[in-house]
Design a protein around this ligand. Structure first.
Ligand SMILES: *Cc1c(COP(=O)(O)O)cnc(C)c1O
Length: 422
């Protein structure tokens, strides 16, 4: 559960294998010893362990760790975020994975969790108390919306939901008891953006913490901390893992905040399996090439979709038609693989398109090697009423596409045949 020992401060020496998070690409100073000045290199060497000759990282599939003697045991038991005590508290494979991701996000520390929702819920529960106020977006990943809207209310925390595209609305919602601003950009499933720098500035001057869900963008396309955001969470289930084979989450930030979140996470109990952390580490070696290719393919697909008959609208931050394209260019380096397509017609016509798709699997999740499609309204039809679905910004004719590593022409051909009017 921990990224590294708690008692280390920047900069880390290269001889300390648990602490490479400080050598993050783009962070000063760069990781001098390994020369990992760029994300591509960091992904291969950011977690190098000079004390271990193995090229592939070891998998510490152990729930517990032996102490050398009684004094050592007492020290282990009392040390915060010990990486070799009990896996819910810390594990070398989890520490290694967290350090690699923290480095990518220019953060000194990180904490692995069992899922993206475990990272978000542990973070929020750690940072707010009864009587506190949170400002969040009207649109979020649905799990986050439910955490903020249902669960927190039961613990005496109030939440204001504002239009993420309107920075003034965030400012207007702040109260003296506001402790946390939670943002997600680009957002699921409408691909609207939040102005990270404007939000961070607003929060900073009032001493309010900011947390950004960076899942859709990936650390390669967007680094919220570079815009002044305090904490960054990912559903590592998506791009970081990238192969549709694991569930994991991570939160990264400064030491004292990660320490606080760890302290809540060990009692909430959403521990990531070391096996899945190892798989995540393996998937991340190719993150940079996957994201680069997916960025390029998704832009081509989005541009092609715009001129297809049967398409009413395409929402993708990389398109010049996106109402926040200028903001996207300012705060993102690439635009990711997720887009939303609105089909000509309503729910029924959209279902018909879904039925005809061949290469896009009809499945939730996103960010993996294979392309996926979700009829967003159908996903929620069983749990939310029409009004709630509409309030979440989900039009009945909206399909969320996650573009994978297939050839762009094959994907465009699949979408063309599925969308073709009869
Ligand atoms: C999937 C997702 C989550 C939740 O992550 P899990 O790993 O499924 O718990 C949170 N935020 C966003 C943006 C997501 O796409």
């Amino acid at each position: 559960m921990i990224s590294r020992h708690s008692d280390e401060s920047l900069p880390m020496s290269s001889a300390d294998p648990a602490g490479q998070a400080s050598g993050a690409p783009g962070v000063t100073p760069p990781h001098g010893a390994s020369g990992a000045d760029h994300a591509e290199t960091w992904l291969q060497h950011g977690d190098d362990d000079p004390t271990d000759s193995a090229i592939a990282p070891p998998l510490h599939l152990s729930a517990t760790f032996r102490a050398a003697d009684a004094a050592d045991f007492a020290a282990m038991a009392s040390q915060s975020r010990h990486p070799r005590y009990y896996t819910r508290y810390g594990n070398p494979t989890l520490a290694r994975t967290a350090a690699l991701i923290a480095g990518l996000e220019n953060a000194p520390a990180g904490l692995m969790t069992a899922s993206g929702m475990a990272a978000i819920s542990a973070s929020v529960m750690a940072l707010v108390s009864a009587g506190d106020h949170v400002v969040a977006q009207t649109n979020h990943y649905m799990g986050t919306t439910r955490l903020l809207g249902d669960l927190l209310a039961r613990f005496g925390v109030t939440v204001s939901f504002v239009d993420q595209t309107d920075t003034a609305a965030f400012a207007g919602a702040l109260r003296p008891e506001t402790r946390l601003i939670l943002v997600e950009t680009p957002v699921n499933p409408t691909l609207a953006l939040t102005d990270l720098a404007a939000l961070a500035a607003l929060a900073r001057e009032r001493g309010i913490l900011t947390l950004a869900d960076n899942t859709f963008a990936t650390p390669l396309n967007q680094q919220p901390r570079a815009h002044g955001i305090d904490l960054v969470v990912h559903s590592a289930t998506k791009y970081l893992g990238g192969h549709h084979d694991l569930t994991a989450g991570v939160v990264v930030g400064d030491e004292p905040l990660i320490e606080r979140i760890w302290d809540a996470a060990i009692v909430l109990g959403g521990t990531l399996s070391p096996q899945d952390a190892w798989l995540l580490l393996r998937g991340m070696r190719t993150l940079a090439v996957r994201v680069e290719r997916i960025n390029a393919t998704a832009l081509r697909v989005a541009q092609a979709l715009e001129s297809l008959p049967g398409v009413a609208a395409v929402h993708y931050p990389g398109l010049t038609s996106h109402p926040q394209h200028a903001l996207a260019r300012g705060q993102m380096r690439g635009f990711g693989g997720v887009m939303a397509v609105q089909v000509v017609g309503g729910y029924r016509e959209t279902e018909r398109v879904m039925k005809r798709l061949r290469l896009f699997a009809q499945a939730v999740s996103l960010g993996g090697v294979g392309s996926l499609a979700v009829h967003a309204a159908a996903m929620w039809a069983g749990t939310l009423d029409d009004a709630a679905i509409a309030a979440a910004g989900i039009a009945p004719n909206l399909i969320r596409l996650s573009v994978g590593l297939e050839h762009p022409e094959d994907l465009i051909a699949d979408l063309s045949q599925a969308l073709a009017p009869d």
